[in-house]
Design a binder for this molecule. Structure first.
Ligand code: SAM
Length: 173
């Protein structure tokens, strides 16, 4: 296992492409959140498992990786990096009945799935009582005005911890 973020960055980039994934600074924030949380992590939108890997490498907690469709490379990423704390969960993040099956306590809810207003707000509302940190990706991207709108609303209800790259990291007040 890598002993620091820089080692994780090299290992992860050797096995999975950075396509549609996080930048260096964003990955470092996920890695730090993984280090600090004492509760399970839920990732909505895993794709090839790259952001999953930054969270899972640094955390002793289970990382629930949620996607409606996992490409084959997801399994390769997790196996190549020997990440034993990743649980794959297949489902649609707009379905409340599905979201309710996720863990009762969530340290970090990382949202990078459907880039619309509902794609952010539906899981936030369903999981709100259980979460500590909410972390959004692609917040200030003009292609995703719904994500920006959802982020602006959440900023009114939560404490802003960090704005790094296109990530907004929020904590309940
Ligand atoms: C940008 S990719 C995630 C990238 C990943 N977080 C990373 O940084 O490496 C978005 C993913 O969200 C998934 N997705 C989109 N809409 C979804 C939905 N309604 N429910 C579940 N997954 C969804 C897509 O299948 C895709 O794999």
């Amino acid at each position: 296992m890598p002993s620091c973020f820089e080692e994780a960055w090299i290992s992860i980039n050797a096995v999975v492409s950075s396509e549609h994934s996080v930048s260096y600074a964003e990955a470092r924030l996920l890695y730090l959140l993984g280090c600090y949380t004492i509760l399970p992590i839920v990732e909505l939108g895993s794709y090839q498992g790259r952001s999953t890997a930054f969270l899972a490498y640094s955390s002793s907690q289970i990382v629930y990786a949620v996607d409606e469709f996992f490409p084959e490379v997801f399994d390769t990423t997790i196996a190549s990096l020997d990440l034993k704390n990743v649980v794959k969960v297949c489902g649609d993040t707009l379905r409340c009945s599905f979201l309710k099956k996720l863990p009762d306590s969530i340290g970090v809810l990382w949202i990078d799935s459907l880039h619309t207003y509902r794609g952010v707000i539906v899981p936030v509302e369903v999981l709100w009582p259980r979460v500590d940190y909410i972390v959004l990706h692609d917040v200030w991207d003009s292609r995703y005005p719904g994500v920006t709108r959802a982020a602006n609303e959440l900023e009114q209800r939560m404490r802003v911890i960090a704005r790094i790259g296109s990530i907004l990291c929020l904590r309940k007040r």
